[in-house]
Design a protein. Structure first.
Length: 292
């Protein structure tokens, strides 16, 4: 825990300053960011990166922003690289990728050059710092919709307020009550949803959506290469807990981006784009289009 609870205003101010200092990216779309904070110690596979592909395949524009792993074996950048996606997505390239196939990845080292050394320091310290919190809040694409998974339930409302003040139109900050920084399949999930109607905090369980509870060990990943294989197997239609947790998290994104009426509806949409082959096709097109 940080010795001083960073206030909403301080966090929002730091995030805005970091975003202003980033390489400029004029985002032509209202995009979604779906991201987990990391640092939950669960060693799960890259659930939000996999869910992002599903969401993009369903027609929502997705602008991810991330880095190499600080506290896990495989961060979003690591797994994308292992999948064969080029991380060199400069602004012009990223805008073209958002156009088609509908997803881009703004690599933090490319877009926040002043933060280069922070990564090494974070890895060395192996502790949570304000930079852990700031990462998902400093997407240069300035997404209008966001699903943010956090490792600490105390962050739910403050970070929902921060995202709201940073211009996110609709989103949710989520915390699995088993300490997973995603919507969980092995426990209930605490959600702080925000949007035009203000803040709403509630709990959901897998059963609410007709999903089967699993054990936390069912979603454990490994190295970037192992996690890339899991992503491909889920996008290829393999059934089981890994698919279900991706469906659940993709559904939250589809709901926030206005592509689904609610999470149950989002799960149906996510399942159909996987089973129609659209999600795997999106990954293949993304790989090809991302090359320099």
């Amino acid at each position: 825990k940080s010795t001083k609870a960073e206030t909403v205003a301080e966090i929002a101010g730091s995030a805005a300053a970091m975003r202003d200092g980033a390489v400029r990216f004029d985002n032509p779309y209202d995009t979604l960011e779906i991201v987990s904070k990391g640092g939950d110690g669960s060693h799960s596979f890259n659930i939000s990166s996999t869910a992002a592909m599903v969401v993009a395949a369903a027609g929502a524009k997705v602008s991810k922003h991330g880095n190499r792993a600080a506290s896990s074996k495989s961060g979003s950048a690591d797994v994308l690289e292992a999948l064969g996606v080029s991380l060199r997505q400069e602004p012009e390239k990223a805008a073209a990728l958002l156009e088609d196939p509908g997803i881009c990845f703004l690599f933090a080292q490319l877009y926040h050059p002043s933060m280069k050394n922070v990564g090494a320091i974070r890895k060395e310290l192996g502790i949570r710092t304000v930079f852990n919190i700031l990462g998902p809040l400093t997407n240069p694409a300035r997404p209008k919709y966001q699903v943010l998974g956090v490792y600490d339930p105390l962050l739910l409302e403050p970070l929902a307020q921060v995202l709201d003040s940073l211009g996110v139109k609709k989103g949710m900050v989520v915390h699995g009550d088993d300490r997973l920084d995603e919507l969980s399949l092995s426990d209930t999930t605490s959600v702080c949803e925000f949007g035009p109607g203000g803040l709403d905090t509630y709990r959901v369980s897998p059963e609410d959506f007709g999903l089967k509870r699993c054990s936390k060990s069912d979603i454990v990943g490994g190295t970037a290469e192992e996690n890339a294989r899991i992503t491909v197997s889920v996008l290829s239609g393999e059934k089981g807990p890994r698919r279900d947790i991706v469906l659940l998290n993709a559904a939250a994104g589809l709901y926030c981006a206005g592509k689904a009426d609610d999470i149950r509806d989002g799960i149906d949409l996510a399942a159909s784009v996987i089973d129609d082959g659209k999600a795997l096709d999106l990954l293949e097109r993304y790989k090809a289009a991302s090359q320099p």
